[in-house]
Design a protein. Sequence first.
Length: 188
Amino acid sequence: MGLAVLGSIAAERTALPRLAPPHLRGIAEATGRTGMLLLRRDHDVVCAHSEVPSVGAALVLPVGRAIPLWSGAARAILAYLDPEEVERVVPREKMQAELTDELATIRRQGWAMARGEVLSGALAVTVPVFDAAARPIACVGAMGYDVHDGGENWLPSVRSAAEALSDALGRQTNRGPRDDSPPAPVRR
């Protein structure tokens, strides 16, 4: 990767924490759950910012908390990586047919959901944020207590925030590299 590309990636990741707060507040108010920004950092995502709703009990992922890309709602990013990169970042013991199938599903639907994988009792729904080159560099989401309301009703505000942030970073396509075909299988 050239220095210009690395510089561009760094600038986009620096811009996201500045651009995201109004969108995260929108998620929090629309869903009654915490809006969060997770930035990719090699094999992990890091919680860069969160906004709690003005009403209701908030469940918060601490800013600075790192989560492996293959865990929880961080898979919204993992699903859009090239198979070779998935193979590089996911430990061999974690890469099973079930995870490969789940990544294909996430890529088809454009979002990820996780229940209690990172925080006990939590439900999280995330949508990836793409840079100008259509690389998944972050995800935004809603997180709250799993009260069996499904989380899918949180999708409109989460998807809207992800698309607005992707557009602000110069994404050229309408919805990122999302399509209806699964990614190529990961070779082991």
